[in-house]
Design a binder for this molecule. Structure first.
Ligand code: PLP
Length: 503
């Protein structure tokens, strides 16, 4: 390796300790070209693979050795296993026929940005550890904040700022942690068990998980019930009643999690009215806009964030719908000092002049871990390579395709749209005889979903909301075009004909 002294004291060459050289730029160039070709081929063939993996449990583990190889294996041998084991064992999230859950967008720019991120492979925990990593993240987070019209309070030029996390769970964990510390400082840690957090039965499940992780007693996690009449959004009146009841019992309201674009149906909570309750009871108000936040870069969707100036924090995931690849959850807070106060620990080995002077942002204090990736470079490359207008068009094109799918559903009397579509997700169900028992209708839809997904041609998912089993058709995979949506609908109709065929 680079620094080995290859010469003995008498000037004669000695052999290096080993020939092993894990990074040689020329070797890297050669191998990386092969990988790039492999990736490009994967994407040109992606439609030929079943979208939902068809393997049985154990398929991969049973065919791979139980121990790592003792010696090197050529890249060709690794590719062979990728083709025969890994690809069949993948559910192809990037297939244009992937309509399940929410999309996880990929793009050429994100790929290139990811390569750059790995190229520098710095830990970026504080400013000195790579000034570019810290400062680029600040710039990119301010750019994105401006794109979705966040007020100045969320920018670094004010008291706030943004940081890239891995997932929404991290964003909720950090803000809940800061909120908890702020309140306990006032009321004393002996009151920890009095703290109560609020969401709705449509809040993402990670809220419950994280609440437990920060020490909220499970009996103090309130999930306000929603219903179809209220469009499955959190009802501010119900919330207020529950909070009042808690306060009357001597409990302490701590944190409210609202959602813009719920996971099941993309419902949007009324931020203004929820903010009234949060403000009145001194709660930290966080908004989870993991999916729908990306749409808010388009002026016609921005109104879904109305009231955002009254919340304490907001998170959204460009890795879902803004072409940025997994591992990009953007969190903004209005009071960055509260995050830092609850997380800052600086051992001697991380001290330096800049950090001591408090003149720089130290992102280690804005996350749980110490080391962090250069994810901002990926987002930066995406934003620069495409520009805001192309990103808006990307969102609009997915919404248009979802509208078209919705029109197919509405035109077929055997189907119904269950929840009004707001973005690019259509929640619908087969309901040929509305007088049928609801469990029979559920069974029909389960069978239809099974039939469609086991065909391998498309992949959709389902949910149950308000006791109604429904199918979710989420348009948004980067490669999806109108022809895929039309083919998907034809397949769903074919399955329906099969299912409803007289015996
Ligand atoms: N919040 C919402 C509204 C979501 O839809 C999702 C995932 O779809 C999540 C949170 C979970 O996101 P993450 O994987 O970033 O934790």
């Amino acid at each position: 390796m680079g620094s080995l002294d290859l010469f003995s004291s008498n000037g004669k060459p000695t052999s290096p300790l080993s020939d092993f050289n894990p990074f040689n730029p020329e070797e890297f160039r050669k191998q990386a070209h092969k990988i790039v070709d492999f990736i490009a081929n994967y994407y040109t063939q992606i439609e030929s693979y079943p979208v939902l993996s068809q393997v049985e449990p154990g398929f991969i583990r049973n065919q791979l050795p139980q121990t790592a190889p003792s010696g090197p294996e050529p890249l060709e041998a690794i590719f062979k296993d990728i083709n025969s084991l890994i690809i069949p064992g993948m559910t192809h999230w990037q297939s244009p026929n992937f309509f399940a859950f929410f999309p996880l967008n990929i793009s050429t720019a994100a790929f290139l940005g990811e390569m750059l991120c790995t190229s520098f492979n710095g830990a970026g925990f504080n400013w000195q550890a790579s000034p570019a990593m810290t400062e680029l993240e600040m710039v990119v987070m301010d750019w994105l904040a401006n794109m979705i019209g966040l007020p100045k309070a969320f920018l670094f030029s004010s008291t706030g700022g943004g940081v890239i996390q891995n997932t929404t769970s991290d964003a909720i964990l950090l803000t809940l942690n800061a909120a908890r510390d702020r309140v306990l400082e006032k009321i004393g840690t002996e009151n920890m068990l009095k703290l109560v957090v609020y969401g709705s039965d449509q809040t993402h499940s990670t809220f419950e998980k994280v609440s437990k992780a920060v020490g909220i007693h499970p009996s103090n996690i309130r999930l306000i019930p929603t219903n179809i009449e209220g469009g499955f959004s959190t009802c501010p009146v119900k919330l207020r009643n529950v909070v009042e009841n808690d306060v009357a019992k001597g409990l302490v309201p701590l944190y409210l999690c609202g959602t813009v674009g719920t996971t099941s149906t993309t419902t949007v909570d009324p931020l203004e009215a929820l903010a009234d309750v949060a403000t009145e009871y001194g709660m930290w108000f966080h908004v989870d806009a993991a999916y729908a936040g990306s749409a808010c870069i388009c002026p016609e969707f921005r109104h879904y964030l109305n009231g955002i100036e009254r919340v304490d924090s907001l998170s959204m995931n460009p890795h879902k719908w803004l072409l940025s690849c997994l591992g990009c959850c953007c969190l903004w807070v209005k009071r960055s000092d509260l995050l830092v106060k609850s997380l800052s620990v600086t051992p001697e080995y991380l001290k330096n002049e800049c950090s001591e002077s408090k003149s720089v942002v130290e992102f280690k204090d804005w996350q749980l871990g110490t080391s962090r990736r250069f994810n901002s470079i990926r987002l930066w490359v995406v934003l620069r390579s495409y520009g805001v207008e192309n990103l808006q068009n990307h969102i609009r094109s997915d919404v248009r395709m979802a509208e078209e799918f919705e029109s197919f559903v509405k035109a077929d009397p055997r189907f119904e749209v269950v929840v009004p579509r707001l973005f690019a997700l259509v929640c619908f169900r087969l309901n040929p005889n509305p007088q049928d028992d609801s469990s029979y209708t559920e069974l029909l839809n389960r069978k239809l979903l099974d039939w469609v997904n086991s065909s391998g041609k498309i992949f959709m998912s389902h949910t149950i909301v308000g006791g109604i089993y429904m199918l979710r058709f989420a348009v948004g995979a980067t490669l999806t075009e109108e022809c895929h949506v039309i083919a998907a609908w034809n397949l769903i109709k074919e399955g329906t004909d099969e299912l409803l065929k007289p015996m």
